[in-house]
Design a protein around this ligand. Structure first.
Ligand code: HPA
Ligand code: ZN
Length: 348
């Protein structure tokens, strides 16, 4: 695609629906927090650790980063830096994952974690033109009982007015060998609390489309995170397309983290769009891949061969897939249309 200028993709106002706050921590902040947490990293620069040959090998490093987060101030700092960094690349609104299982098991208080993240979000929102809501992710590696416990504790916070930023529940982490249906009680509890529901499914090498079906039919999710294995089940694909269930796809992550494709040229994103699926573009864990949202749009344009018009549609599809109400979506869309009309993005 013939788009020139380094800032065109940063200039597109964007939403992001699949981004883990712990995967956005600046490498310099990781070093500082690790030292302060009393377990300095085995390398001088964490980027030396950021090479993965599978989802599970990535998770081992992701967990190292998570372990550096000890206090409310740490959570506030990473949320703040994450949003300021995102805004520099055109991020306007994010529904952002945090995955506190490891911290709760180590004795941290969920209320303090949520309060810290909220502090950081509110500080960023006063400084840069970005807004953010939170999605509490169940870490599947900790099992279904811990998942239900997390949702119940979120419920306590909601009832106490202490989780106003938390709008949804998801599930991430390892996929192979996990009985996804066993998380049904946690997702049912989330539904009773009025929380929105999403789930990572069909991501790892070795994972087929079955987890996508389970997430929809057994867990009752409204979105699927990744979901790339759906191309292996044409009937399920047709159904998800006709029901308009969004898939929050992270193309670079699928190459670099899951190692599911050798390059973006092999990624099924264009085929998914052509088949009528509602897909959105996201970074997953940008700081752990040397990535940002503008760069991801550029990579998708170049690597998947999308036209400028398709990229604009993808940005709009992101807005349509948010859990914002119609008036908030309309405001984001007006922002998008106003800015994009002035950008030097030629029609392909
Ligand atoms: N998949 C599973 N677990 C994760 C991911 C992901 O994309 N990112 C952070 N934890
Ligand atoms: Zn993810």
């Amino acid at each position: 695609m013939a788009v020139t200028g380094p800032d065109v993709y940063d200039g597109i106002p964007k939403v992001e629906l699949h981004c883990h706050v712990e995967g956005t921590v600046r490498p310099s902040t990781v070093v500082e927090l690790a030292r302060r947490a009393g377990h300095p990293l085995p390398v001088d620069d964490p980027r030396q650790l950021y090479r993965y040959d599978s989802l599970d090998s990535f998770l081992a490093i992701f967990w190292l980063v998570q372990e550096t987060l000890l206090t409310r101030d740490d959570w506030a700092r990473i949320a703040y830096e994450s949003l300021v960094d995102g805004a520099a690349h055109g991020l306007r609104y994010r529904e952002m994952f945090f995955t506190p299982a490891r911290h709760l098991a180590a004795g941290q208080d969920l209320g303090e974690i949520v309060a810290g993240l909220t502090d950081g979000i509110e500080a960023a929102e006063t400084e840069v033109p970005v807004r953010c809501a939170l999605v509490a992710d169940i870490d599947k590696a900790y099992g279904p009982a811990a998942g239900l416990e997390l949702v119940d504790r979120i419920g306590d916070l909601l009832r106490g007015g202490r989780a106003r930023r938390v709008i949804g529940v998801g599930a991430d982490s390892t996929e192979l060998g996990v009985d996804l249906a066993a998380f049904a009680p946690a997702f049912a509890a989330a539904g009773r609390l009025g929380l929105r529901r999403t789930c990572h499914a069909g991501e790892a090498v070795g994972a087929g489309p079955e987890n996508i079906r389970i997430a929809i039919d057994v867990l009752g999710v409204e979105r699927i995170d990744h979901g790339i294995a759906i191309v292996e089940d044409p009937a399920l694909l047709r159904r998800v397309a006709s029901e308009g269930i969004p898939l929050t796809v992270c193309p670079t992550s699928n190459v670099v983290i899951a190692n599911r494709y050798a390059s973006l040229a092999e990624h099924p994103l264009p085929a998914m769009r052509d088949a009528g699926l509602l897909v959105t573009i996201n970074t997953d864990d940008p700081a752990m891949m040397g990535l940002d949202l503008g760069a991801e749009y550029r990579a998708v344009a170049d690597g998947c061969g999308f036209t400028a018009a398709s990229l604009a549609e993808l940005a709009i599809d992101g807005i349509r897939s948010t859990w914002l109400d119609a008036s908030e979506q309309a405001a984001l869309r007006a922002d998008f249309e106003g800015v994009v009309a002035g950008l030097p993005v030629p029609e392909a």
